[in-house]
Ligand binder design. Structure first.
Ligand SMILES: [Zn+2]
Length: 650
């Protein structure tokens, strides 16, 4: 459909396009945009935009399809207070009747600059002490023009005393990273495509640390927090994150950024989507105490490696269907099992290699993930590829019967397909080669570059795999993606030296972390019960049933998602009482008797289940090669922590 979507020599074609875009960018006057975040604590951003224009009809737009969101998630509905002026006179506008992200105007003769004021109601990632600006909340630019061809010069104003963290390059003589009160911080001219990919984080309590200082280019973690003590990360955390940078360097042996900034926001008040990948940075938002001690949640740890991996997988190399010339054209998700699945795989592998998670914890996470996917009855009707194609329909959070619908399984099904491929390569080559070789070939294509997008097709994935070992990879992938597969692909686990079994005690990972991991995987709270693999229920601490496994014992007892368990076998509900009820019914003829409330109706449900509690675990198969252990072994030698604070505020 567009010039960059050729399956041949995409990199070469793109490089030529990029060169043209760059020279065009230097000749065209740039849009000037000043984002005023002074009202961020009041959940409002403001922008003043000056656009070079010529007389006649003009269509301006805001972004609709946001890269990395895999759905039309632009902020048009929350962009308010829009006023256009030319030479000080207001100009009327009309929204496009079909594309609601577009504004139509007529520019009078003689006018060369159009001024726009707009506000954005901020619904995510903002608190009274910090904010993250995703530029799509304020961007306004000519419609129907490739966004990489539109030059733009950004500036920001932040609340008094707040500091700024971003991968954008500051220019001018202003104080940085803590600007003088009310003054704008100016950044170098870029293009709309890159600006959208370069968020600005700001906050009162700010620290910036250099990670792995011996590695070039420079890596930073910029941290803001609601409480003054939380942004000053502990040396242990900084040492682990430095190891992450070293492990990624040893794995990919290339980089595609001029500098990289992990942007970390620690807040219990900020809500909404808080993690997102970018080419030269990543948004990582967690609870305010997430990194304050060693009891933190593992998913919080693996999120940073995941978003960082996206700089290679998703940002530099991107499926053709997910790379459109503008943010108006629908993105096509069929290859999300590479974009997200391979990232999920290497995100967790790098987390373990860097020491943020132990190999045993990694196996625990794999067991929880595999078991849930294996008990997802939606596999009976929907292929894994369809979860990718339909991604934008599946990203709307949890719903009742989510297991019959299936979720965004291209992440985790993808992860297990890549584990299958990795162990296949290792076994075939007696561990002389691995998926790491593919990562270097495919994600490091062309060596080091600045921020750049090089699209790919499935054929190119297959060719890259064949450069590692000759195999019918096309069939390998198609069988796992295009077909109805009732079960998760466990070949990689089994070839890796383990098998998925169900124990009558919780996975040590679950027990050690007081259910927090289970809570993460199941969406319940810490006191909830994951009885998915036994009676087919996930229940929160207060007895609310979050979901019922389609065709499982709970479903057969006609239990409704959203109902609340009042009593189990005549005893008032608690998580322990439910678990005891499941254990006590083992091997006996009597059902587990529940009393449940749905709306204002109380009824009973008898669950005919007698196999006791079942908790997934990966069990070692002695006498077989332990490829899982090989996969998570560090590639780089850990180095003593020498974190250096480059800047801090408060
Ligand atoms: Zn991702």
């Amino acid at each position: 459909m567009t010039t960059h979507r050729s399956s041949l020599c995409c990199a070469a074609i793109f490089s030529a396009l990029f060169a043209v875009a760059s020279s065009a960018q230097s000749q065209k006057p740039a849009i000037q945009i000043t984002a005023d975040l002074s009202d961020a604590p009041r959940k409002l951003f403001h922008a003043e935009v000056d656009l070079p224009v010529t007389a006649g009809p003009l269509a301006l737009t805001t972004p609709k399809w946001i890269p990395g969101q895999h759905m039309p998630a632009g902020a048009a509905g929350n962009i308010v207070g829009v006023v256009f002026t030319a030479d000080g006179q207001p100009l009327a506008w009309r929204r496009d009747d079909v594309d609601l992200y577009q504004f139509h105007l007529t520019i009078p003769a003689g006018v060369t600059t159009l001024h726009a004021h707009l506000d954005c109601i901020v619904v995510a990632n903002v608190s009274h002490k910090l904010a993250v600006l995703d530029w799509e909340n304020l961007l306004l630019y000519p419609a129907n023009v490739p966004v990489r061809d539109i030059p733009i010069q950004p500036s920001v104003i932040v609340p008094a005393g707040w500091a700024v963290g971003t991968a954008l390059t500051p220019v001018g003589s202003g104080a940085y990273p803590v600007p003088a009160t009310g003054s704008a911080t100016h950044f170098a001219v870029t293009n709309v495509e890159q600006l959208q990919d370069s968020p600005v984080m700001t906050g009162l309590y700010f620290h910036e640390f250099v990670l792995a200082p011996e590695i070039s280019p420079k890596h930073y973690i910029d941290v803001v927090s609601d409480l003054p003590e939380d942004s000053n990360l502990r040396p242990t955390v900084l040492a682990e994150l430095s190891n992450l940078v070293r492990e990624a360097d040893a794995l990919y042996r290339s980089h595609h950024y001029d500098q990289y900034h992990f942007l970390l926001t620690l807040s219990d008040a900020a809500s909404g989507e808080r993690t997102l990948e970018h080419g030269q940075s990543s948004e990582n938002g967690f609870g305010e105490k997430s990194f304050s001690d060693d009891s933190r949640m593992l998913p919080d740890d693996s999120a940073l490696p995941h978003e960082y991996t996206h700089s290679w997988c998703g940002k530099y190399r991107r499926p053709v269907g997910l790379y459109q010339p503008d943010f108006a054209t629908a993105q096509q998700g069929a290859l999300l099992w590479v974009y997200e699945g391979l990232t999920q795989y290497y995100g967790e592998v790098l987390t373990t290699r860097a020491g943020l998670m132990s190999p045993a914890q990694h196996r625990g996470v794999l067991a929880l993930t595999a078991a849930y996917l294996d008990h997802t009855p939606g596999r009976e009707w929907r292929t894994t590829e369809d979860t990718a194609i339909a991604a934008s329909l599946l990203r709307n959070g949890s719903v009742p019967w989510a297991n019959w619908r299936r979720g965004q399984d291209y992440y985790d099904d993808g992860q297990f397909i890549w584990l299958d491929a990795d162990t296949l390569i290792r076994k075939t080559t007696n561990n002389q080669k691995s998926l790491d070789d593919f990562a270097r070939i495919f994600l490091g294509q062309g060596g080091n570059t600045g921020p750049l997008i090089v699209p790919y097709t499935l054929d190119e994935v297959v060719r890259g795999m064949n450069q590692v070992i000759a195999y019918d990879w096309a069939t390998f992938f198609r069988e796992r993606l295009d077909k109805i597969n009732l079960h998760i692909d466990l070949a990689g686990v089994e070839r890796g030296g383990y098998k998925l079994v169900y124990a009558d005690q919780p996975n040590p990972l679950e027990a050690a972390l007081s259910g927090k991991e289970t809570a993460y995987f199941t969406g319940t709270d810490e006191h909830g019960v994951n009885a998915w693999h036994s009676v087919g229920l996930i229940v929160s601490g207060d007895g609310s049933i979050l979901d019922v496994r389609w065709n499982g014992p709970g479903d057969k007892a006609k239990i409704v998602p959203g109902a609340k368990i009042i009593a189990v076998n005549g005893r008032a509900y608690s998580g322990d009482v439910l678990r005891a009820g499941i254990r006590d019914a083992k091997g006996k003829p009597e059902p587990i008797q529940l009393m449940v409330q749905m709306d204002n109706l109380i009824s009973t449900a008898d669950i005919d289940y007698h196999d006791g509690e079942r908790f997934p675990v990966l069990q070692r198969v002695e006498g077989t090669p332990d490829y899982l252990d090989d996969i998570t072994r560090p590639l780089a030698s850990p180095q003593p922590a020498q974190p250096k604070t480059t800047a801090s505020k408060h």
